[in-house]
Each structure stands twice: as structure tokens, then as C-alpha cells.
Design a protein around this ligand. Structure first.
Ligand SMILES: Cc1cc2nc3c(=O)[nH]c(=O)nc-3n(C[C@H](O)[C@H](O)[C@H](O)COP(=O)(O)O)c2cc1C
Length: 385
């Protein structure tokens, strides 16, 4: 299997699956590019992992994973990072025989909407049929642990990232300021900061859950206080790097920046964000249809990204499928263990992947700037002086 790393200078490599064979099975991440001298505790990483942990509420899969992490490499005797790669592992604890047998029973019958069919085509019968292996939502544990490290480093630069549920089952949160979103962040299970709309979303999800069905939604992520100048102009635009990071998450089916797909019905005079000068000599924009990106390079405004999340493919409703061993149609019985919607957990993965993409782009920009030797005026505009 190829493609288990992401990032050019700040780089994460993940491995592991939910039902790896033998004692000590788990999910791990190796993080390259961590500066020396950081006092990063396991609690910092655990806080992020707890956001995506299953089994915590009515909209979560009944899987009982504690997802406790251990840092096994990269911290020296003084308790600070040494500059060596950071290694973090989370052991699986909820790998019961009964669940393995359930997967074994249907191992040749693929789950519609899941990755099992394409995995059959690519890896044949050797594919990891137990819990979907690298296509499982649990694969994202390593991403969130790596993302926690990226967030920690970004916080030192004053850069913050928040993601929340903007829409679920067609019910949309009102537009809100960064401060209001931050104030109401994670105040309810569906993680929608528009508290009234959150209740409606939760009621609708409860209804479709009772029918054995699942719901899709839209996550909005905001990167706040981003310095201008991140992103390289051609193939490594910051928008392209973020899209790569986010579209690598399972169940992501669409991405838009700023005004996004709405630009198709806008006039140029409506879409162009009008600039103004601040009293302290900075350039700002009155609107943010560009979503903080011009030419794929950050312009100093908040980066605003919306991501479409498909309904959880596993459903408690009988479906038709194919038995890939016998090559014949078969009925797939309802499956009980799954989230009725992914939006209440996947936002943590979205934050992690965007953090990694932004930090990696910050490293790239700093590397280039230091050699380009930009004059004082441009460095001041970028907040570097
Ligand atoms: C955090 C997370 C949790 C997920 N949990 C489940 C789940 O419980 N059941 C399920 O069928 N799919 C789940 N998925 C979605 C599947 O992993 C994904 O839909 C599948 O791999 C197919 O990939 P695709 O949707 O990108 O085509 C989850 C995804 C993420 C990111």
C-alpha cells in the first residue's frame, strides 16, 4: 500500500487498523519536522483525540474505544522534544471476538457505499476484511494525533483552527462571527455553534437513526490569524494543499473555499472583496468571498473552507450486494454498529488535516522567504517584522 504520508517539511506518516492481528494492535503516527525544545504533553494530544473518540454520545457508534495515546519517541529526559521524529501510538481495546466473527461472516459481501468493493479490486482476498482496515474511520486516529502536534506549533504563531457543523440533513446554521463560533464550539453533540439550529439538526438525526438510516452534512473550517504569503503559486497553492489534506479523509465528497460554488451565480462586482488600509498600515478586505486565498496564497483574512460529508455508508437497513467469492448477488443484513452521522466526530479530523497542511505551508514559506531576502516593507506587511 502506498501513500501513507502527508506533508513536505512537516510530515506525518500513519499506520495501523482497527483489528490488527495480535497483542498490541493499534494506530500510530510518526511526525517529522517537530522543532526541538517543545514541552508537548500527551494531554495536548489526548484532548484532540477525545474529540473524535467513538462511544461518547447518542450519535456515536457504540464502539467502546478509549483511544488513550502514548508518546513513544521524540521526547528526551528533560520532557521536551529533541527535534527527532515524534512517535505516538493508540492501542485498540475494543476488538471483541464477536465483532470479528460478524465481519468474518460478511467478509466476501461488500458494504455498499464503503471502500470494501474497491479494496477487493485492488488487494483481492488478502484485503483487510475486519473493520475495513485502512479505509476504516479509525485510520484517522493517527491523523488527529499528528494534527494535535501541528496545532500546538501553530498556536505559538497565534494561528487557530476551528471546524463545526454548518449543515446536516439540509438544516443550515446561520452565518456567525469567529468569536461567536468559538464561544459556542462543541456546546452540543452535533458541534453546531448555532444553538437553536443544533437542536433541529439533532432531532432530525434522531428520527433517521430510528429508521436505521444515516445522515450527511457540511463542515465549515476556519483558520484564524493566518499570516499572508502561505502557499506556493503553481502546484503547491495553499488551497490545493488544504484540498489534498481534506479530500484524503474518508467520506469527504466536496470542498469549497469562501463563496465557493456560489461564485457561479455572482457578478464580478459582487464577488471581488474590496480592500482598505487599516490605521496601522495593513491591507484588509471588507468581505471574504475569496475565503482568505488569492492566487492560492493566503491574503491575511481568515481561511474559510466548507466540506461535504456523505452519510455514513453502514446502515441498519437491508441492502443488496455482491458476494465477491461466489460472484453472485446477495442480501446484506442490517449492521448495527455505526454513527448515524459523521459530522459530530469528523470535524476533529478536518481540523487536524488543515493544521498539518497550514503548518507545512508555513515551513515552506519561511524557507523561501529566508532565502528570497524580501525587503522590510514586504516582511512588515506579512507580519514578519
Ligand atoms: C472519523 C470517521 C469515522 C467513520 N466511521 C464510519 C462508520 O462508523 N461506519 C462507516 O460505514 N463508515 C465510517 N466512516 C466512513 C468510511 O470510512 C468511508 O466512507 C469509506 O472508507 C469509503 O470512503 P469514501 O466515502 O471516501 O468513498 C468514517 C469516516 C471517518 C473519517
Amino acid at each position: 500500500m502506498l501513500g501513507n504520508s502527508f506533508g513536505r517539511i512537516f510530515r506525518v506518516t500513519t499506520c495501523g487498523e482497527s483489528y490488527g492481528k495480535g497483542k498490541g494492535s493499534g494506530l500510530a503516527v510518526i511526525v517529522d519536522g517537530v522543532p526541538p525544545g517543545l514541552r508537548i504533553s500527551r494531554e495536548v494530544i489526548q484532548t484532540e483525540l477525545d474529540k473524535r473518540r467513538p462511544g461518547l454520545g447518542k450519535f456515536n457508534s457504540p464502539r467502546k474505544e478509549t483511544d488513550q495515546c502514548e508518546i513513544f519517541a521524540g521526547i528526551g529526559q528533560d520532557g521536551v522534544t529533541t527535534g527527532a521524529p515524534l512517535g505516538i501510538i493508540v492501542y485498540n481495546v475494543d476488538t471483541k471476538k464477536i465483532h470479528i466473527e460478524q465481519y468474518r461472516q460478511y467478509k466476501d459481501v461488500f458494504r455498499p457505499g464503503h471502500a470494501t468493493y474497491s479494496f477487493f479490486l485492488k488487494y483481492g482476498e488478502a484485503q483487510d476484511w475486519c473493520g475495513a482496515g485502512r479505509a476504516s474511520g479509525r485510520e484517522t486516529v493517527g491523523r488527529v494525533a499528528g494534527g494535535a502536534v501541528a496545532k500546538f506549533i501553530l498556536a505559538r504563531e497565534g494561528i487557530e483552527i476551528l471546524a463545526y457543523t454548518k449543515e446536516c440533513l439540509g438544516i443550515r446554521a446561520r452565518d456567525m462571527s469567529w468569536d461567536e463560533i468559538k464561544k459556542n464550539y462543541r456546546k452540543n453533540e452535533i458541534n453546531c455553534p448555532d444553538l437553536e439550529t443544533a437542536k433541529k439538526m439533532e432531532e432530525s438525526v434522531a428520527e433517521i437513526k430510528a429508521e436505521g438510516d444515516t445522515a450527511g452534512g457540511i463542515i465549515e473550517a476556519i483558520v484564524h490569524n493566518v499570516p499572508p504569503g502561505l502557499g506556493e503559486p503553481v502546484f503547491d497553492k495553499l488551497s490545493a494543499t488544504i484540498a489534498h489534506a481534506v479530500c484524503s479523509i474518508g467520506a469527504v465528497k466536496g470542498i469549497e473555499f469562501g463563496a465557493g460554488f456560489r461564485v457561479g451565480s455572482m457578478k464580478g462586482s459582487e464577488n471581488n472583496d474590496q480592500p482598505y488600509m487599516t490605521k496601522d498600515g495593513k491591507v484588509r478586505f471588507r468581505t471574504n468571498n475569496a475565503g482568505g486565498l488569492l492566487g492560492g496564497i493566503s491574503n491575511g483574512e481568515d481561511i474559510v473552507v466548507r466540506i461535504a460529508i456523505k452519510p455514513t455508508p453502514t446502515i441498519s437497513i437491508e441492502q443488496t450486494s455482491i458476494n465477491m467469492k461466489k460472484m453472485r448477488e446477495e442480501k446484506l443484513k442490517p449492521i448495527t454498529r455505526r454513527d448515524p452521522t459523521l459530522v459530530g466526530r469528523i470535524y476533529a479530523v478536518v481540523e487536524a488535516m488543515i493544521a498539518i497542511a497550514v503548518l507545512d505551508s508555513l515551513y515552506m514559506a519561511r524557507a523561501y522567504d529566508s532565502l528570497a531576502n524580501l525587503d522590510e516593507k514586504w516582511l512588515r506587511l506579512k507580519g514578519r517584522l
